[in-house]
Write a protein that binds this ligand. Sequence first.
Ligand code: COA
Length: 244
Amino acid sequence: MEIVSGAPGGDEQGADAGRGSPPRRLIVMGTGGNCVDILDVVLDLNALRPAPLYECVGWLDDEPARHGTTVAGLPVLGPLSAAADYADCVFVNGIGSVRTFMRKARIIAGAGVPDERFATLAHPLASVSRWARVGAGAVLFPHVAVHSGARVGRHVIVLATSVINHDVHVGDYTCITSGVCLSGGVQVGASCYLGTNACVVGGVTLGDGCIVGMGSVVRKDVPAGAVVAGNPARVIRMVDGTAP
Ligand SMILES: CC(C)(COP(=O)(O)OP(=O)(O)OC[C@H]1O[C@@H](n2cnc3c(N)ncnc32)[C@H](O)[C@@H]1OP(=O)(O)O)[C@@H](O)C(=O)NCCC(=O)NCCS
């Protein structure tokens, strides 16, 4: 895994910038707000370097009405399945709202792009421990902190100012929105959605596919597929509509 960040020392790719390496052509999957924010991450990374790391090529989106339009000045090139037409590009996915997060793994798989062609991005103002690992396709927004021993899974998105403390594990495809604080040793399953300013007490485990409501304080383990909210957080329903 290589993280592209603004950290001193940087990664191999960053070290090459300005020494004649052409920028990598990059496409963002999705056109929503988080996707445009990802474009900011990429442009801020470029701005730090003597030569750009990435050439932003455009967007892929499954909404036909968007095809042929532009978003933030870049063209919407076609549906996600068109990724195959861009063999020279790397990708990053921004799809995964509270309505769609549970489909994120299928959405990404449907594009048919292997993990090695996903960029892993950390905004220059994010801080990632030398002893942390961040998976393919993950994106860390400004002022995110990932501390020692933490593992952030594949295609995880972490929005601005969230803190992933030491030894936290975050499962693949999970979305961590802004201001979330995961205390030391918290285990977050795959395909979860953590609402704004949620806090999780150290050592707690969140099962796969759960939602943590905005502002919640989670003190106990959360079953897979549960929606929890409040302080202390309680199960209010199941994601799939079954009885808790
Ligand atoms: C948790 C959440 C998904 C629940 O949504 P929902 O299933 O539509 O739930 P409802 O709004 O019908 O609320 C059900 C009950 O839970 C309570 N509740 C919902 N969210 C809550 C929260 N974050 N904190 C405390 N209580 C909450 C409601 O007050 C309601 O209680 P009541 O039955 O006593 O009236 C949603 O409220 C939430 O927090 N989403 C995350 C939003 C977010 O962080 N977005 C980030 C965008 S970047």
